[in-house]
Design a protein around this ligand. Sequence first.
Ligand code: SAH
Length: 255
Amino acid sequence: MAQPYTLKKSLGQHFLHDENMCRKIVSEVTRKPGMQLLEIGPGGGAITKYLIEWQDVQYKAIEIDDEKVVYLTKTYPVLQGKIIQQDILKADAPFADRFSIVGNFPYNISSPILFKVLDWETQVDEVIGMFQKEVAQRVAAGPGSKDSGILSILIQAFFKVTYLFDVHENCFNPPPKVKSGVIRLENLGNPHDITDKRKFIILIKAAFNQRRKTLRNALKSTLPPEALIDPIMDKRAEQLSVTDFVRLHKQYQCQ
Ligand code: SAH
């Protein structure tokens, strides 16, 4: 089928063309009257066209590709002034107060997008996001799982994560080589009362960067010497829960 635009592999442009799947993703967004909603990477408008039907929702999008921004505003005039043409990784929060996020995210920047969500955590109520399946599973993984990693702990410290469903390759044009999955993040309101996010991130990264080693080895240049005699240091990062990491973070100052 002829497209009125080009598809750019470098920007992760795999566009959804299965309308049932588009509607299924949109139906996962928790819709509240007056809410503010950001779509990341609207592309050809696969889910955008459903989202803008919601009269009681304030919609904005961030899309890096000017060709798609021109196409979208021409095809859906209501989008005039609502699409910010920018790299999401360089963007400021597009709303002054709370908002939700939805998107079929460019897979090459999955982790940076999740760090952006963490950055905006005090403002983000909910994320409905499609990722490469492995990334989605990693974010949702519990402690003790081999999939548990930096992003599982960091995201789960602030959000309840639910793996919603798989999305088959054939739902996209062109079909991606990897499998896809959609997850929901629900903001828990900083339940662990983490006050220094930056230091919490340093701790988690150091622990998982040498995930095969005991924490005593992995954290010896990150935590002070008295931390290293803590019995939990015999374990490996993937064996710890969010609560375990929060305790280490609060009890011992990162150096
Ligand atoms: N939501 C559409 C498109 C998904 S493809 C659909 O489901 O069909 C991913 C989209 O993200 C593309 O439109 C791509 O141009 C956009 N994109 C890629 N990198 C980006 C970035 N750094 N910032 C904002 N948008 C980006």
